[in-house]
Design a protein around this ligand. Structure first.
Ligand code: GDP
Ligand code: IMO
Ligand code: MG
Length: 422
């Protein structure tokens, strides 16, 4: 397990932050490789609660180096706020945070375009400018961290981009134009504050591999939000899958030792898009309340539903997940009856695969297997054997249905509310 990818196997918010925090003291380096401040990764211990958006969740472990890789899109304002927050909690960050010069910058017009576009076609984005920034990256007109710290390059690139964006803002959206000087001055301040963290991350990581350092790649979002394989267009604009972890960090795929999937014991989704097992009813509301299912980044209520083994199986195959951590099992303790979607019914036929288009996905009906609830508090369980039979039966079924091993069972938000199966 010297180089591991950890990723979400559903629609994000599976509890990646908590599990990265637990595992990261076994690694030397934790790397974010895609997404940006659309992520919200929560870690709780004692009476402390941290939510990280851009900085890897390994930052709470003193000996861990945290890397923001080339595939991440960085909002410098959000980054500096997070750095400030970390410092104010007396966590050392000097020499522990490294930023790739190849990572792209989120600019003010990205955030404005994100929200203007949302008014026209509702994806339910986080409004953090993620999509428009990746558009510029792939259009080869984006501005990178290396440009930010080179004043004349930044000035030229900002001029070119702003000329074009101002036309779009004015002519398509009837929005006021943005002022070059104020953005330039604002970003020069960011450049001065960020410069010290920027190093050649590609060579740093590859040298670390040669030195046999242990590296954990921390996924953001989740497999079903993948821009290629998710429920397009209701997805994010990056690849939160195992392939994306490699391209977003410069670590070759052949160096990956294992892929760890994080799954929630039920399903949630924030924003629009198909959700076959959604409980758009009183029960869904209850699960939201018990699971405190409100976005860690936007505070939006998360849509809740049953565990969907068809989707998770797809995520296992796509990412080659070797084992999983299942989170929030405690939230199901309140239920009399628990369902798992095992197949989809489509045009009168039962199928095991996800249809290719969202139009087809809208026509399927989940086929459920039903379990009796265990109706007892499991948050104090420390070993698998301590769990009630109903909970064990549920886990066994999920494991068989999805074809993976479960090595970690999370029974509460705190660090110590965790069962590890050796
Ligand atoms: P991430 O984006 O995948 O890191 O997940 P989030 O932090 O957005 O959302 C997961 C939420 O569930 C956070 O509030 C966590 O503190 C919380 N959480 C994680 N694991 C558990 C668990 O096993 N039980 C409960 N009740 N809460 C959990
Ligand atoms: P973490 O890392 C859950 C969702 C948004 C929206 C879609 C596109 O905390 O699991 P974007 O702002 O990325 O363009 O929005 O993706 N989304 C997430 N949902 N968890 C996340 O991150 C998400 N990041 C983006 O709600 O539906
Ligand atoms: Mg989250």
């Amino acid at each position: 397990m010297s180089i591991s990818i950890l990723l979400g196997a559903q629609w994000g918010d599976e509890g990646k932050g908590k599990i990265v925090d637990i595992l990261s003291d076994r690694y030397d380096i934790v790397v974010r490789s895609q997404g940006g401040a659309n992520a919200g990764h929560t870690i709780e211990f004692g009476d402390k609660k941290f939510v990280f958006h851009l900085i890897p969740s390994g930052i709470l472990r003193d000996n861990v180096i945290c890397v923001i890789g080339n595939g991440v899109v960085i909002d410098p304002n959000a980054l500096l706020e997070e750095i400030q927050f970390i410092k104010s909690n007396n966590i050392s960050i000097n020499n522990r945070l490294l930023i790739s010069p190849n990572a792209h910058l989120i600019m003010p017009y990205h955030k404005i375009l994100d929200s203007l576009k949302e008014k026209k076609e509702k994806i339910g984005t986080t409004g953090r400018g993620i999509g428009p920034c990746y558009v510029d990256k792939y259009a080869r007109s984006g501005i990178r961290i290396s440009d930010l710290i080179n004043q004349s390059v930044f000035e030229n690139k900002l001029k070119c981009n702003l000329d074009e964006k101002n036309q779009i803002l004015k002519q398509i959206y009837d929005h006021q134009e943005l002022d070059f000087n104020s953005i330039f001055n604002e970003y020069q301040k960011y450049a001065d504050l960020i410069r010290e963290y920027v190093i050649d991350v590609f060579n740093y990581l590859n040298n670390s591999i040669e030195q046999k350092k242990k590296i954990l790649l921390e996924g953001a979002q989740g497999t079903l939000l993948d821009v290629d394989f998710g429920t397009y267009p209701y997805v994010t604009s990056s690849n939160p899958t195992s392939g994306g972890a490699c391209t977003g960090s410069g670590i070759p795929p052949t160096k990956i030792s294992e892929v760890i999937g994080i799954v929630k014991a039920y399903s949630t989704r924030v924003g629009s898009g198909p959700f076959p097992t959604e409980l758009d009813n009183k029960l869904g509301e209850k699960i939201r309340k018990w699971g405190n299912e409100y976005g860690a980044t936007t505070g939006r209520p998360r849509r809740c539903g049953w565990f969907d083994a068809v989707l998770v199986n797809f995520a296992r195959k796509l990412n080659d997940i070797h084992w999983v951590a299942i989170t929030k099992l405690d939230v199901l303790s309140n239920l009399d009856e628990i369902k798992v979607c095992v197949q989809y019914e489509r045009k009168g036929k039962k199928v095991n695969e996800i249809p290719n288009t969202i139009e087809e996905l809208d026509t399927i009906k989940p086929v459920y297997e039903t379990f009796n609830g265990w109706k007892s508090d499991i948050t104090k369980c420390k070993n698998y054997e301590d769990l009630p039979t109903g909970a064990k039966d549920y886990l066994d079924f999920v494991k068989k249905q999805c074809g993976f091993e479960i090595k970690i069972i999370s029974v509460g938000p705190k660090r110590d509310e965790t069962i590890e199966i050796k």
